[in-house]
Ligand binder design. Structure first.
Ligand code: GCU
Length: 405
């Protein structure tokens, strides 16, 4: 952490800034139709976020394979089916595997699905003795018994408060979750994980316009989609990608890039996620690049303490999801993630949704706490801290059911 940095948490200290208009191209053309959005504006914004923010994926895979490692038709006391599927991706004769844990409702037919990463291993999301424990490196977290960067039995079920699995299943939804550390360990080292598969001989870091860790996490969500869209018990037209915090940033980027995701949920994603960078409230571009220099492309550092130079802001990342349903959620005590910046971002993405005849967030006044606005673009700010709670999932399930049924 930069010793001099003091985060601004005072709304009266937010300086005026020019927010780029999502409906005006970089060469000043006005976008008046959804067709010209798709043909002109969307591609140039994707190109901006690819080359300047999250980084490009340097190539395509040589192979991808899926293997069911374990399954049961009566998991969670008979409430759900469980499947653990190993995805193996190969590039340049190197390969990497990750495990998708799926719970699906017991019923005939295909279930809509929430798909998202967990922070500390699949076995933490619910107390189910059959969930395989990942061998991948983990950040330590003593509150759930992780020391020495190793995942163990001790943390089984200890993150269940973040995953309302019973509620999802009872509402007819499935859940697919992956431990993000299996894709790229969350540490300042890009020699390992997914990046290493794509390197040329002797290369140890991505080029300046290439992906950091968030780009890798986002891309692998699409590889998980490659599996789930072929699972006979999943409704591939209703896969909603979800993520909290850094993993919310990854979910937004995955949803922006990959239109197979029918909807996107950003839970407290903050800086580099849903929050507007130009507000410089709470975490800033310079701070995130300093504390997590490996998350974004090297090019993103150009905007450290130079947010005015950003030709696009995060509302345009949200707009890339249009016309698909998008939920942005904040928590009242999560000032570091700038709840108001997350809200305004959803508001300023709305003109793009309007172009498609979809309802967004028309007011620029934040709703009260625990008073969700649920349109095609939805937003809530709940009481409490930076976290995912039962309350959050209740809102997501209600909204998804309205949007997709
Ligand atoms: C840090 C980081 C945030 C991030 C968060 C998280 O607080 O500064 O950008 O969202 O970690 O992932 O929990």
């Amino acid at each position: 952490m930069n010793a001099q940095f003091v985060a601004n948490y005072d709304e009266s200290q937010v300086a005026e800034f020019d927010l780029p208009d999502p409906l005006t191209t970089f060469s000043n053309k006005h976008i008046l139709t959804s067709t010209s959005w798709n043909e002109l504006r969307r591609p140039e914004l994707i190109n901006f976020f690819e080359s300047q923010v999250f980084g490009k994926v340097p190539g395509t895979l040589d192979a991808i394979a899926f293997e069911v490692e374990e399954e049961s038709n009566s998991a969670l006391g008979g409430l759900a089916k469980r499947r653990q599927v190993k995805v193996t991706i190969t590039k340049n004769s190197r390969s990497l595997s990750f495990l998708i844990l799926l719970y699906l409702p017991i019923k005939i037919g295909r279930a809509p699905l929430f798909l998202g990463y967990n922070f500390h291993g699949n076995h933490t999301v619910i107390n189910d003795p059959d969930i395989i424990i990942s061998k991948a490196w983990s950040l330590n977290n003593e509150s759930i018994g992780i020391t020495n960067h190793i995942l163990t039995e001790e943390s089984r079920g200890l993150r269940s408060s973040r995953w309302a699995i019973t509620k999802m299943i009872e509402a007819g939804y499935g859940l697919a979750t992956i431990y993000y550390g299996e894709i790229d360990p969350d540490k300042n080292d890009l020699t390992d994980g997914l990046h290493s598969l794509f390197y040329k001989e002797g290369q140890i870091r991505p080029a300046k316009d290439e992906w950091g860790s968030i780009g890798a996490w986002a891309w692998a969500l699409s590889r998980a989609m490659d599996y789930v869209e072929n699972d006979m018990e999943v409704d591939k037209t209703r896969v909603i990608v979800f993520g909290h915090s850094r993993l919310g940033k990854a979910a937004l980027w995955a949803g922006a890039m990959d239109e197979r995701f029918a909807g996107v949920i950003s839970n407290d994603s903050g800086c580099g996620g849903a929050a507007l960078s130009k507000r410089k409230f709470g975490e800033t571009v310079a701070q995130i690049n300093e504390n997590f220099p490996y998350w974004f492309s090297a090019n993103y550092k150009k905007y450290n303490n130079a947010e005015e130079k950003l030709p696009a802001d995060q509302h345009e990342l949200l707009a890339l999801i249009a016309p698909r349903p998008l939920y942005v959620a904040s928590a009242q005590e999560d000032e570091w993630a700038d709840p108001k910046g997350e809200f305004l971002s959803a508001h300023y993405a709305t003109p793009v949704y309007s172009l498609f005849g979809e309802a967004g967030i028309s007011s620029n006044e934040m709703p009260g706490v625990n008073s969700p606005i649920q349109n095609t673009v939805a937003y809530h700010i709940r009481t409490g801290k930076h976290d995912v709670t039962e309350y959050d999932w209740e809102q997501y399930i209600k909204w998804a059911t309205e949007q997709f049924d």
